[in-house]
Design a protein around this ligand. Structure first.
Ligand code: FRU
Length: 496
């Protein structure tokens, strides 16, 4: 190369680098490959369960299991993000740090509006986080009591947290899996209020009661020998619902790892009554909240204004089977879309429906018209709607320029997402799989949310839902309706 040519090429290189230095860095390092466009992810580091979901003064808070220094699980903190509309999330500084009592494991938050804890004032009631301390040294030494429940409080809307100086508030009874407190308040028949803690204890749930969030007494336990027990029970939630015919029922969500219907982690639920501190299920049927492989440890928001009249849920969009080896680089894990839970009835059996939260409509851009059989896809982030024709079976395929594809179908009573050829799967032997869910009732419509590394399929607006990670190496370019669907609509979704 002549000297002049060398100088010219250095000059051109510098010019292009200066015009957009960040993009060049990301492209060459792949640090942002697979980053979702509208699902919540931490800017960097490792994330698992949603924690402390709470609404206060116009803000939805999302705390989460977080390890900022690596993209695999490690010393757990509570990360923090807030949103006014469930789609624009702003990540805030870490809320709660591990300390000499242990890592900060999963838990919940409440607004103690009557200041029953005395940790705030009547004028400025505290936000109280109830979480599990996990003492690593204790675990390694072979002790059994290394998980305990503790509280911290915030007087500035979750921005800064003070740990209660008499922690733990609920010591361990010698059972090693003793974690993930979800607290809510119920009103007793005599009008007094009681805080109820729903806690995962090995292979069952224990309910504790407290007048002040500081002193807890055991009320009852539930679940030994009932439901799915292929792994340890984790991250429970107890929710009141009204049935379609106006009765009051309680739903108990229980995450299970492993032992889910698709291998690895999943969330089951029970429907029944909760009276005098005791949960009694209506039946012993095993029910799964989401039949896909990648929705775990999900719980619901506390303190929603009454006018919202809904139960709002979010899950961790991964599976412990491979969560720590998925091919993202600067961060690991996203949350699912937020969902509204309700009860519906199939021939006398109650089930929980998970409908996409209505706020997701705000992401839609102008609908693009589609031909009946085949359409070009506009972007990585899309919502697809379709009506199921009368014979109830259907099949559609997304594909890209790399010959990768994802197939969604209903055949012989099973709804299936087949991700066997959907892109990267080399990181874990169980990732490439077709996952099926039984659906004995009539499918009427489909709603599909696609993002850079996920697909969420809602049949009948969430009467059956399947959430699945996918790692295509180039964007989906073509949608083919192979059979059974009509009125297909595609909405590109914008970056919030
Ligand atoms: C569920 C879980 C919880 C625990 C947390 C630790 O995914 O195992 O039981 O509190 O993750 O990060």
């Amino acid at each position: 190369m002549t000297k002049a040519l060398l100088i010219l090429s250095i000059f051109v290189f510098l010019l292009s680098a200066c015009s957009n230095p960040k993009e060049i860095a990301f492209e060459s390092s792949g640090l942002e490959t697979f980053r979702p466009i509208y699902h919540f992810t931490p800017t960097k580091g490792w994330m698992n369960d949603p924690n402390g979901l709470i609404y206060m003064d116009g803000e939805y808070h999302l705390f989460f299991q977080y390890y900022p220094d690596s993209t695999v699980w490690g010393p757990m903190h509570w990360g923090h993000a807030v949103s006014n509309d469930l789609v624009n999330w702003k990540e805030l500084p870490i809320a709660i740090y591990p300390d000499s009592l242990g890592y900060i494991f999963s838990g919940s938050a409440v607004v103690d509006s009557e200041n029953s804890s005395g940790l705030g004032t009547a004028e400025n009631p505290p936000m109280v986080a109830i979480y599990t301390y996990h003492d690593m040294a204790g675990e390694k030494s072979g002790a059994k009591d290394y998980q305990k429940q503790a509280i911290a409080y915030s007087l500035d809307k979750g921005r800064t947290w003070i740990k209660y100086d008499k922690n733990p508030v609920l010591p361990n009874q010698g059972i090693k899996d003793f974690r993930d407190p979800k607290v809510s308040q119920i009103t007793l028949p005599d009008g007094t209020k009681l805080w109820v803690m729903t806690l995962a204890v090995l292979d069952r749930i224990q309910f504790f009661g407290s007048p002040n969030l500081k002193e807890w007494r055991l009320l009852s336990e539930f679940g030994q020998g009932i439901g799915a027990h292929g792994g340890v029970w984790e991250c429970p939630d107890l929710l009141p619902f009204t049935t379609p015919d106006g009765k009051q029922k309680w739903v108990l969500l229980v995450s299970l790892n492993p032992g889910g219907p698709q291998n690895g982690s999943a969330t089951q639920y029970f429907i029944g009554d909760f009276q005098n501190g005791t949960f009694t299920p209506d039946d012993t049927m095993i029910r799964w909240l989401d039949y896909g492989p990648d929705n775990y440890a999900g719980v619901t928001w506390a303190n929603l204004p009454k006018e919202q009249n809904r139960t709002l849920f979010i899950g961790w969009m991964s599976n412990w089977l491979y969560a720590q080896v998925v091919p993202t680089k600067s961060w690991r894990s996203a949350m699912t879309t937020p969902r509204e839970l309700s009860l519906f009835d199939v021939d006398g059996t109650l089930l929980v429906k998970s409908a996409p939260a209505k706020e997701l409509l705000a992401l839609r851009q102008e609908e693009i018209s589609v031909s009946k059989k085949e359409s070009k896809l506009p972007s990585e982030a899309m919502e697809i709607l379709a009506k199921v024709e009368s014979d109830e079976n259907f099949q559609l395929r997304f594909s890209n320029e790399m010959g990768e594809e994802i197939l969604i179908s209903k055949e012989m009573g099973l709804v299936t997402i087949d991700r066997r050829q959907a892109g990267r799967a080399d990181f874990h032997p169980d990732f490439a799989a077709a996952h099926s869910a039984p659906m004995s009732w009539k499918p009427k419509d489909l709603r599909i949310f696609l993002d850079a590394s996920s697909i969420e399929v809602f049949v009948n607006d969430g009467e059956l839902v399947m959430t699945s990670l996918i790692f295509p190496t180039s964007p989906w370019k073509k949608l083919e309706v192979l059979n059974g669907l009509d009125e297909v609509k595609i909405y590109p979704l914008k970056k919030p």
